[in-house]
Design a protein. Structure first.
Lengths: 220, 420
């Protein structure tokens, strides 16, 4: 695989299929691990519903309450910036949309390349800021495990390799593109087995939170 | 009950893991925002009090035994076990530095209901023999005497005589087929006897049929606080038996926070079936009487009053507007604390912390959050509706030489009833 073209073909071919399979099966297993546990019946007379408040919390928990924003403005702002930037780079870059369309047949309009490029640059800076914050903030430093730093790296790599490939900052291009695709594949492979599962499970967690509180008449 | 052991503790933790717990642990990204919602972290600055960290024993059991990847990691020796030493270390974190106030559950960006899991984790602590002495004492007294403070009916009977002589009313005892069975808390009977008098006067005024029961007068539940379903179910069953025996339609939980959570929300699940009666907090009953026009009041308090929402009542049970309706009825200068209702700050004493002497320093530290809130609106008096909160507020304000008396809402209301 010393040949960059062969490397690119490998990451676009067999490796891509492996990554997708591990991602899909791993995520399915993770979701089953959650849902098969179920919940015990609740005999307490409800004061409110579960579904409505649960779905509302799925949405509303994306926005911090004013007090939390005051106490942790960096977390809220930078957290928002890099999540949105990551999603723009992932879902609104035209070559990505074309890939998704080829895979599942669904497409949507993208953003002009310079816009995605700027969003990616902002996201990279924001991610570096989150790493510094994690290393310096007493709570984050105390909480952090090796997995937290691994996941930061796994999240950072697809962005930085994409940025370098787009700007032709490393060459030859097939190698640069191959590294970017490989980084995305590592992300997919690692996702079901680490805290990256929150991409899916955070919505389940929010629903349960909203439902548990909602049943007691509180909109969480 | 068999002797506590690490095996029993692990078994208890396993039994507590359900779909929400798995979804919550799967979602934590170690952002640490829960710490920003916790008075124990904010007022000590010690990151070990970060709420999600308090759940480490439960999280480890989930990872090692309930996830594919965790089982592989455990098999390779890469996933740390839950040991007796770990649980001993976590006792302070799960009891002394958590009132189960649930504020972190409302703030976590991925939606983790941390308080729900703290309650569950305590089951494992009791089963493994790692609960605080103070709470064990309260639980043993509650089971043996019916009261966590060892208070007996004859003490309450003395109170009843006092109320009867000062009001000229009869306090109904063991009267069947009435609308409400009134429960009390021992702390209320000892520290705030004016509550019972207020109830007697308000219910007489509104023509409400009620009774106390000699079989069971205690609403609090040390089993829920310590984390023992067996004890909690035993205590709830006594209430159910008393209510069924007297064939009452409703049971009233007193001015106490956790009693309401215990009787209203956990009780039916502890005994495994719905109740044949409804459960209300006294504040809900009073607001319903107000809405029905059955409370005729005169005059208003004129000094600047603010309100402390008990966590169990507001954030954890949705009783938020009711107390404000009642305040409006009898107070003309009422101002809310800035973060109130579901976002209120805990007084620092709930969840068994006030029964756990070892936690005194932490309890007093956590109060500083409430103190700062109170200082910001400068009330002349505080009003609340939980005997534990009230005691904590009184003690805390006194410690800081703040001359702000604390009153119970029920008794304040009773003072404004139109004389018949």
């Amino acid at each position: 695989m010393s040949d960059p073209m062969a490397f690119l073909l490998w990451v676009k071919g067999p490796m891509f299929n492996w990554a997708l399979a591990i991602f899909a099966l791993g995520t399915l297993a993770r979701l089953l691990e959650i849902f098969l546990l179920g919940r015990r019946p609740n005999y307490a007379e409800p004061r409110g519903g579960e579904w409505g408040p649960g779905l509302r919390t799925v949405l509303t928990r994306s926005v911090a309450d004013p007090g939390t924003f005051q106490r942790a403005p960096f977390d809220v702002l930078v957290g928002w910036i890099w999540h949105v930037g990551f999603l723009i780079a992932l879902l609104l870059f035209i070559p990505h949309i074309e890939l998704i369309q080829a895979l599942i047949g669904l497409g949507w309009p993208g953003l002009p390349n310079p816009v995605v490029d700027a969003a990616t640059a902002v996201t990279l800076v924001a991610l570096v800021a989150t790493l510094i914050h994690r290393l310096r903030h007493p709570v984050k430093r105390h909480l952090s495990t090796a997995e937290d730093y691994l996941i930061w790296t796994v999240t950072f790599l697809p962005l930085i390799t994409g940025y370098l490939a787009y700007h032709r900052l490393i060459g030859p291009y097939p190698l640069a593109l191959g590294l970017h695709i490989l980084a995305a594949e590592i992300f997919l492979i690692v996702l079901p087995f680490t805290k990256l599962t929150h991409i899916f499970t955070a919505f389940i967690a929010r629903w349960y939170n909203g439902a548990i509180f909602g049943r007691k008449g509180v909109q969480s | 009950m068999s002797e506590p052991s690490i095996e029993r503790g692990l078994q208890a933790l396993r039994a507590e893991i359900d779909a929400p717990v798995a979804a919550f642990f799967s979602s934590c990204v170690h952002c640490g925002l829960c710490a920003q919602a916790c008075p124990f972290y904010l007022e000590t600055g010690d990151p070990k009090y970060t709420p999600v960290l308090k759940l480490e024993p439960l999280r480890r059991v989930w990872e090692r035994e309930f996830t594919l990847w965790g089982r592989i990691k455990a098999g390779l020796g890469l996933s740390p076990k839950v040991t007796d030493a770990l649980l001993a270390e976590w006792e302070e974190l799960l009891y002394d530095s958590c009132t189960m106030c649930g504020r972190c559950s409302l703030v976590c960006p991925v939606g983790n209901d941390l308080q729900y899991m703290i309650r569950k984790a305590r089951e494992g602590m009791v089963a493994s023999g790692h609960a605080p002495e103070g709470l064990i004492g309260a639980a043993v007294r509650a089971v043996q005497t019916g009261s966590p403070m060892g208070l007996q009916w004859k003490t309450l009977e003395v109170q009843i005589r006092h109320v009867e002589s000062s009001t000229g009313l009869t306090v109904p005892v063991d009267v069947p087929d009435v609308e409400y069975l009134v429960l009390l808390s021992s702390m209320e009977i000892i520290n705030f006897p004016e509550y019972l008098e207020a109830i007697a006067r308000i219910f007489d005024h509104a023509g409400v049929g009620w009774t106390l029961s000699t079989d069971c007068f205690e609403a609090t539940n040390a089993g829920v606080q310590i984390g023992s379903k067996d004890i909690a179910a035993t205590l709830v069953q006594r209430i159910v038996d008393a209510a069924v025996k007297l064939r009452v339609k409703n049971v009233i939980s007193p001015e106490c926070g956790h009693a309401y959570t215990a009787v209203r929300w956990e009780g039916p699940n502890l005994i495994g079936r719905p109740y044949p009666f409804h459960v209300y907090h006294i504040i809900e009953v009073l607001d319903a009487l107000r809405a029905a026009g059955r409370l005729r009041t005169e005059g208003k308090e004129t000094d600047r009053l603010s309100l402390h929402d008990p966590c169990n009542l507001a954030r954890k049970s949705g009783v938020i507007q009711e107390q404000r309706n009642l305040m409006d009825l009898v107070a003309e200068n009422f101002v809310d604390l800035e973060e109130h209702g579901r976002y209120q700050w805990c007084c620092g004493a709930g969840g068994g912390v006030s029964s756990n002497e070892r936690a005194d320093a932490l309890r007093r530290a956590a109060f500083k959050r409430k103190k700062a809130q109170i200082e910001a609106v400068e009330p002349e008096r505080m009003v609340t509706m939980c005997a534990t909160c009230r005691t904590q507020l009184e003690e805390g304000l006194e410690e800081f030489n703040m001359d702000i008396p604390v009153v119970g809402l029920t008794e304040m209301l009773a003072e404004h009833l139109v004389e018949k």
